[in-house]
Design a protein around this ligand. Sequence first.
Ligand code: MN
Ligand code: MN
Length: 397
Amino acid sequence: MRNPNDDSGKSFIVPQPVRSDGTGGPDFGPRDILRDIENPDMLVPPVTDAGLLPNLKMSFSDTHMQLNHGGWSREITVRELPVATTLAGVNMSLTPGGIRELHWHQQAEWAYMILGRARITSVDQNGRNFIADVGPGDLWYFPPGIPHSIQGLAEGCEFLLVFDDGSFSDLNTLSISDWLAHTPKEVLSANFGVPVNAFDAIPQEQLYIFQDGIPGSIESQEIQSPYGSVPQSFSHRLLAQPPMKTPGGSVRIVDSTNFPISKTVAAALVEIEPGAMRELHWHPNNDEWQYYLTGQGRMTVFAGNGAARTFDYRAGDVGYVPFAYGHYIQNTGTKTLWFLEIFKSDRFVDVSLNQWMALTPRDLVRDNLNVGPELLNALRKEKWPVVKYPGFSYYPK
Ligand code: MN
Ligand code: MN
């Protein structure tokens, strides 16, 4: 059968909900074959999957696109992914010069620059200001209620915004244009000490995103505050951090210990080579919100009482793991998988199944699991977030 979205003329085998042992049966009725191909572990779940788990996957490709002159945005909130109550995500792009207007909100904003460059600005409650240019792999964090702006530089940009409230919508913020449009001009005149006609041309409603010219250098724009600049930087170079490397991949952890202003969001940038996996683990602090940056993978989440469910993810998808549920992520593709694990927390923490077993009395582990010295001798006291078994390769069903 030909893939209608692929003009290369290549054919593919239509997957069927049938296991190699014959359980299941073919589906000849109405179906979205392309989605079935993207979700092989939904169509034919691993035999170890069982029980009831909520949906733990949502793709930005299935969300509403907000198109403006100057850029676009789309979001995944509890409206799109009901289980995701702790964090909400926005995927946004700004054209060269495109501006996400001066605004603020009740939630903290954490961001990861995916590609291109942007200039971010902010002023805190003590009149201390902040301006920085951010590029690929850079983060920013604006505390709740602190006003800010984002503008695409010469190459434009695309980034991920994460807010510490799953019900937050970026289309529902407090904007400077909106406030002025809903304040009598006489009041604006009295507030700023200028004639009413100074406000003749202000926008009639919220701009959200608008097109402007490409800004000059930071030096040409910077305003000197008599109160100085913010004491803790609102931006952070995540890729400048030396990664923790293990056979099969790497991890960079960022939280309030190395990015002090980020008091409510912690994250890990994880790299998994083909055939490798993020080890079996869980997090003893909060739910995990994931964003897949490149490649493809699958995650199985274990919820206790025999319940486990597997989902397939690719670049642009969001995954979610409820608090303390066990999980692992395998790279199922031929390219390196990069993804972000994000938490509403001041710190990144995880418990490794392997390390737990290695540091528990040997007899206890042996008799609990009825395992022999081969496994017991292989247990690792050091934590390896990403692992690769030399002989292993992933074969799609
Ligand atoms: Mn914002
Ligand atoms: Mn995790």
